[in-house]
Design a protein around this ligand. Structure first.
Ligand code: 26Y
Length: 801
């Protein structure tokens, strides 16, 4: 065959290749190169190293014709690419030297790397961690997603209020991407269904092109480089109206093209209008249609028999967002390929699996039957046919149980006709999984109970995990070096259970001292507050169920104690980070109020050296990687029974932060592993919270019974921190949907326990080391291994180095 010359990784070879990339691909010279030129050239040079591994991977995977894992997700939060790709390609040092030799400061060049913010939060970051682990475990896998022009908005604060700015992340071009315009797909919308020779034929009324590009997803410590393929909507050339343009009607000339390309314009378009909701549905079908065509194309490269499709293809549906893939594959197999319905259905069910990420009933997606039928007429017919089969099975298993049939139907009838996407997901897949033990247990006993009754063996748990490469090694070089020196190896990076070896080092005073020093310097590097103070961190999306408002009540209580004199708490920096959905007013009010409290506390000399509140704007993966290593205390304080899992909790634990938390999501599993003595537990558990919520809960009783709570709420309510306090206080006193007041006293008392523990620094350090040592389970490598065993049943393909 044709062999490629291997690229060299010595500093000299790397510098030479950088120079040729600068000349031949960037079209400039060292003398005239800008920082942006240097960044893009560096990126290309690193990417070239991975592209070589990619070529070997593609060849080996093609050769072995394996079962492929395809991950379908509307979101990916991949994080900054440069540092990752330097580490995974082993070129950090060479790159450093080459940049300096050309007169550039490596940190300044690295700062130009822009993270693609193609997701909202936990679900999008989980997708990225799973891809990292799939590659690291040598599993043939492709991630499919949408290449949004504008990612998650950039958050700014104006007078303490959240302002959203567009995130034009690829404005300078994206050096990591490989466009593949030759693999373009055609996607239909609207139109009608004909019948020809006994076969249904969908005649779309609008056609849009899907143009893919891919990013490389390298494995760590292996040759495998997988890809994530992102689709961008493009208009047909024909949709440009030259006649109108020539007549001076410039806007009208491009209106069809603009409408087509709007499909991949923004991540989560505002859904407060019908047009916005329809655009979201279009996005979902766009992702599904392009990706399935691509999956089928790839299947056909090596296979000719449809019978093999299910055994060669495992498609994971990341929440319900890509669930239209189920009727779409039925349509491809039945209408286009001519398979009979039952045969197609058995292949479809073999192919798909579904991960659910929520417990909030309001977060289970539904689509109006009218809208879906207009946009995708044939898919609605198929959904009805699937429903007929489902309901027949329900009726025969539970004769006469009409209410059960009504609950399980794919169609909600009243007050509005809606397609229930989660019901469709469970019906059209082999396995449905929750993302933490408690979550799976609650799923099967509440929101999906009827389905669990019918098909108990279709449910499994796969507890989430996080990439130790990104969230320990890259985020915390200091902690990582100390771990490696303590263990005497760095194999923990691909076998995180080896962290247990750190337990023995808790008895080593010098190791404890170094551990304390590493945490301290991470705080100094972050530069938010005194590195000697306890760094108390709450970083996550703003949502009332996550209860940032509870943390805020605690801050106000501490402040009021300080003002009262004789304060005996330990010095703290309380750090908040996170965004609120643009239309979520209650969450935005909490952000506004936190900023107002921060301004008051930070300006008050009485609080100096005791309490400080930091709220850096625009929390994202890049910022997370700076904050997480600096954290001493991890706030995981959701109302029990609401947080499916959490993954920030895992990242913080792995970095030696102690958790203060409720018995919710993966907190339970973290506490089980690190030990109850090394975890600050408080609050109602899920059954108690449910019971309280189902009765006549009176938040005002807590207000009247607790002097400190009343003082904090009175301060908020009276406008001591501005007018927004009125709304926040009213929502807590009148409704308190998430039992903030019920858990306040238990929380504040647990925080006193945190102070007491912090005063014994040596013991705190022991607890911190034990948290890291016992958290190896929360590697996404373990998560992927669980998916492989319980759901995907795919095996590695090793790629020669
Ligand atoms: C349909 C649309 C409005 C929508 C968009 C994004 C619905 C949901 C989401 C995102 C959900 C999400 O991020 N869920 C989180 O998933 C994490 C990974 O499993 C969990 O750790 C976390 O508890 C859960 O809230």
């Amino acid at each position: 065959g044709v062999e490629l010359r291997s690229l060299g990784n010595t500093p000299d070879e790397f510098r030479q290749d950088m120079l040729s990339n600068l000349y031949y691909r960037r079209g400039t010279t060292v003398e005239s190169a800008s920082a942006q030129d240097a960044y893009e050239t560096l990126a290309l040079t690193v990417r070239d190293r991975l592209a070589e591994r990619r070529a070997r991977t593609a060849a080996a995977q093609y050769e072995s014709n394996p079962r492929w894992v395809y991950y379908l997700s509307a979101e990916y939060l991949l994080g900054p690419q440069l540092e990752q790709n330097l580490l995974y390609s082993g070129t950090s040092e060479a790159a450093h030297k080459a940049l300096e030799a050309c007169g550039f400061k490596p940190e300044e060049i690295a700062a130009l790397d822009v993270e693609p913010g193609l997701g909202n939060g936990g679900l999008g970051r989980l997708a990225a961690c799973l891809l990292d682990s799939l590659a690291t475990l040598d599993i043939p896998a492709v991630g499919y997603g949408i290449r949004y022009d504008l990612g998650i908005f950039r958050q700014e604060f104006q007078d303490g209020r959240q302002i959203e700015r567009p995130d034009d992340w690829a404005f300078q071009g994206d050096p990591w991407e490989f466009p593949a315009p030759d693999d373009v797909q055609t996607v239909g919308f609207y139109g009608h269904v004909d019948e020809r020779d006994g076969r249904k034929v969908w005649q779309p009324g609008e056609v849009v092109l899907g143009e893919p590009s891919h990013l490389l997803v390298p494995g760590y410590g292996t040759t495998t480089v997988n890809i994530v393929r992102l689709w961008r909507a493009r208009a047909h050339q024909a949709s440009f109206d030259l006649t109108r343009f020539s007549a001076g009607q410039y806007a009208e000339a491009v209106q069809d093209a603009v409408r087509a390309e709007n499909i991949s314009k923004v991540l989560y378009p505002d859904d407060s209008t019908a047009a916005g909701r329809e655009l979201r549905l279009k996005q979902q079908y766009f992702l599904v249609s392009c990706s399935l065509r691509d999956i089928v194309r790839r299947f056909r490269l090596r296979n000719s028999d449809w019978d093999a499709f299910g055994s060669k293809t495992a498609i994971q549906l990341n929440d319900t967002h890509p669930v239209l893939a189920i009727p779409e594959l039925m349509r491809l197999l039945v209408d286009e390929e001519g398979l009979d319905w039952d045969h197609a259905w058995s292949l479809v069910r073999q192919t798909f699996n579904y991960t659910c990420h929520t417990l909030l009933p309001e977060a289970l997606e539904t689509w109006p039957v009218d809208m879906l039928g207009r946009l995708l007429p044939r898919h609605l017919e198929i959904i009805y046919l699937i429903n007929a089969g489902l309901l027949e099975e329900v009726r025969s298993r539970f004769p006469g149980d009409i209410d059960r049939v009504r609950r399980m139907s794919l169609i909600q009838e009243t007050p509005e006709r809606l397609v229930r996407m989660a019901n469709l997901a469970v019906t059209g897949t082999t396995m449905t999984n929750g993302v933490a033990e408690l979550h799976t247990q609650l799923l099967t006993s509440t929101v999906l109970r009827d389905f669990h009754d019918l098909w108990p063996s279709r449910f499994a748990n796969v507890t989430n995990g996080v990439s130790p490469r990104r969230f320990v090694r890259l985020a915390s070089p200091g902690i990582s070096a100390l771990i490696s020196s303590g263990l005497g190896h760095d194999r923990w990076l691909t076998d995180l259970s080896l962290l247990s070896g750190l337990e023995a080092l808790t008895g080593d005073a010098s190791f404890r001292e170094q551990w304390r020093e590493v945490k301290r310097s991470a705080k100094a590097a972050l530069g938010l507050g005194d590195p000697g103070a306890l760094m108390d961190v709450m970083i996550k999306r703003f949502h009332e169920y996550k209860r940032q408002q509870l943390k805020l009540l605690h801050v106000i209580t501490l402040y009021q104690r300080i003002k009262a004199g004789g304060y005996d708490g330990v010095p703290r920096t309380v750090l908040f980070g996170g965004k609120a959905a643009p239309a979520y007013q209650a969450a935005k009010n909490i952000i506004h109020l936190i900023n107002a409290v921060a301004a008051a506390v930070n300006a008050d000399p009485a609080a100096a050296g005791l309490l400080r509140v930091a709220f850096p704007a625009n929390y994202n993966i890049t910022l997370a990687e700076h904050i997480i290593p600096a954290a001493d205390l991890s706030e995981q304080i959701s109302m029990a029974g609401k947080e499916a899992s959490g993954t920030g909790n895992m990242k913080l634990t792995l970095n030696g932060a102690l958790t203060i938390g409720t018995l919710d999501g993966a907190n339970i599993e973290i506490r089980d592993r690190v030990g109850a003595d090394n975890f600050f537990l408080f609050g109602l558990d899920a059954p108690a919270a449910l019971a309280l919520r189902s009765g006549p809960y009176q938040p005002r009783d807590h207000y009247h019974a607790d002097d400190e709570l009343r003082a904090a709420l009175d301060a908020i309510r009276s406008g001591a921190f501005g007018g927004v306090g009125h709304d926040v206080a009213a929502s807590l006193l009148d409704r308190d949907e998430y039992l903030t007041l019920a858990d306040y006293r238990s929380y504040v008392d647990a925080q006193a326990g945190v102070d007491a523990a912090w005063r014994d620094q040596d013991h705190w350090t022991t607890m911190s080391i034990l948290n890291t040592a016992r958290a190896g389970f929360f590697s996404s490598d373990r998560t992927v291994t669980d998916y492989l065993d319980r759901i995907w049943h795919a095996t590695p393909v090793r790629v020669e180095g």
